[in-house]
Design a protein around this ligand. Structure first.
Ligand code: AHR
Length: 502
């Protein structure tokens, strides 16, 4: 039996959690848009062609924001192709994914879909083949009330009111050799700076994100962030991190270390941003946008990335997630919450079919992948201020990553509702864990929700044939006495306990 103790005190807080950390991502890639969120003719499609079953699952997932339209697709995208009468929209070769883009779905369809889904849009501007000029025109189209060429074009397209998009990304993964028009840090830093400048002149209220390295393993990592921020520091609020997690050793104990790797990545990028701030003699703090993250390693062969013949909406990177992937996603969510002072935006990539939390069949049903569940619970109960948890737990040794704690946890307190919530991941593979959480200064409490996600088979997955194989169920081994919550956690389990004043 493992033993873990947590003490939190209402007065010791990390930061209020920014709800934008429960964002997701929709790219024009594979079947994410076409056959995912949009499928005219589907039995559940509404008048816009939006799948109502996917809309309902998006709401249940608790996505707060959705990044669009890419991804690598972005760097060859002409936004003008996707607005105006559908019959006049051109087909285009998408060089990023070797597909044909019909442009049947574009910016206005996306903002309309966001309203239907109850999510906030995060748009990205193409800094691959395009630059500041296209960006200033797109933001004028989206956010300016009217009386100018592009704002009046939006009104003529049937959108009298501005879309008022607040969050914008300046390009995507611009250091990647796979990117259409890859750039050096100096090239990107300059163009991002000038793009940010003109976008803000059109709409001073926007939050702008500069591209960080494509991932932690990039040869450019570190130097890239520093040089890009040297150019953009005064002009952006956020810098992006992207990270996809792999289980190369096929060993859960080692796989869990990706969570600590992410934690280190977050702290390193924050440190680099603060070093630039110091050089600028500035108290401004650049915040972090983990605007692409997920597990992705099974559907990674060249044939998963593109199909011959420039098909429309082919099946690309349709990763099937299993129970152990859901544990990783749960652990990453805990880490995001515990870095609430710096991570203000995060987007699970992607929403549907393409490494998606939701899967669909054309003309058929939609279902929740295993990773859907920890995300939905974290979004549903992740409100308020993240408390600084003092955690005492046992640890285990790994060959490549040193010692890892068995328990990963985050505790939030929401003064507006009186709720305090504990998210706890038991990484012990064999042993149950006796957990005690002291919720100091929170008064007598009662448990209003207790759930565990566990499966005997790490490889169990939700599929079309068995969509409910991996699901959370009620946690029956938990009690609270005064301010101390006590629970027994199964080995390899993700647990959520919600308390309210008694
Ligand atoms: O999400 C799939 C791809 O992964 C995105 O297009 C790109 O930004 C990243 O490399």
């Amino acid at each position: 039996m493992l033993t873990s103790n947590i003490v939190v005190d209402r007065d010791f807080a990390i930061a209020p959690l920014d709800r934008h950390v429960f964002g997701t991502f929709v790219e024009h890639m594979g079947r994410c848009v076409y056959g995912g969120i949009y499928e005219a003719g589907h039995p559940t499609a509404d008048a816009h062609g939006f799948r109502r079953d996917v809309l309902a699952l998006t709401r249940e997932l608790g996505a707060t924001m959705v990044r669009y339209p890419g991804g690598n697709f972005l760097s060859g995208y002409d936004w003008e192709d996707g607005v105006g009468p559908k019959k006049q929209r051109p087909g285009r070769l998408d060089l990023a994914w070797g597909s044909t883009e019909t442009n049947e779905f574009g910016t206005n369809e996306f903002t309309t879909w966001c309203q239907a889904a109850g999510v906030e849009p995060m748009l990205a501007v193409n800094l691959g083949t395009r630059g500041p000029d296209a960006a200033r025109q797109l933001i004028e189209y989206c956010n300016h009330p009217g009386g100018t060429l592009y704002s009046d074009r939006r009104r003529a397209h049937g959108f009298e009111q501005p879309h008022a998009v607040k969050y914008w990304c300046l390009g995507n993964e611009m250091d990647g050799p796979w990117q259409i028009c890859q750039k050096t840090a100096a090239e990107y830093g300059r163009i991002a700076q000038e793009t940010a400048k003109v976008m803000r002149w059109v709409d001073p209220s926007v939050h702008l994100t500069a591209c960080g390295s494509s991932n932690h393993a990039m040869p450019t990592y570190g130097h890239w962030e520093h040089e890009v921020l040297e150019h953009c520091f005064e002009h952006v609020e956020l810098i992006s991190l992207h990270q996809y997690f792999r289980n190369d050793a096929d060993d859960i104990r080692t796989y869990f270390a990706v969570i600590e790797d992410l934690d280190a990545f977050i702290k390193e990028v924050a440190a680099i941003a603060d070093a630039v701030a110091a050089k600028h003699r500035s108290r401004k703090r650049i915040m972090l946008a983990l605007d692409e993250w997920n597990v992705w390693y099974k559907a990674h062969a060249p044939s998963d990335l593109r199909k011959p013949g420039w098909p429309r909406a082919p099946r690309l990177i349709e990763e099937v997630y299993n129970f152990e992937d859901a544990l990783i996603v749960g652990g990453v969510l805990i880490t995001l919450m515990n870095n609430a002072d710096r991570v203000k935006v995060a987007c699970l990539a992607q929403l549907v079919n393409v490494i998606g939390a939701i899967m669909t069949e054309p003309g058929g049903p939609a279902w929740r992948q295993s990773i859907f569940h920890p995300f939905a619970q974290a979004s549903r109960f992740g409100h308020g201020t993240v408390l600084r948890a003092n955690v005492q737990t046992d640890s285990y040794a790994t060959a490549a990553h040193g010692r890892l704690d068995f328990l990963l946890a985050s505790v939030l307190n929401d003064d507006t509702t009186g709720r305090a919530t504990v998210f706890a991941l038991n990484r012990g593979t064999a042993d149950e864990m006796r957990l005690a959480v002291e919720l100091r200064d929170l008064g007598q409490r009662r448990i209003v929700y207790a759930s565990e996600l566990h499966h005997a088979d790490l490889k169990a997955a939700n599929t079309l044939a068995a969509p409910h194989a991996v699901e959370p169920c009620e946690h029956r081994d938990v009690a609270i006495a005064g301010t101390v919550l006590k629970a027994k956690l199964r080995p390899l389990s993700w647990n959520v306990f919600v308390t309210e004043p008694a």
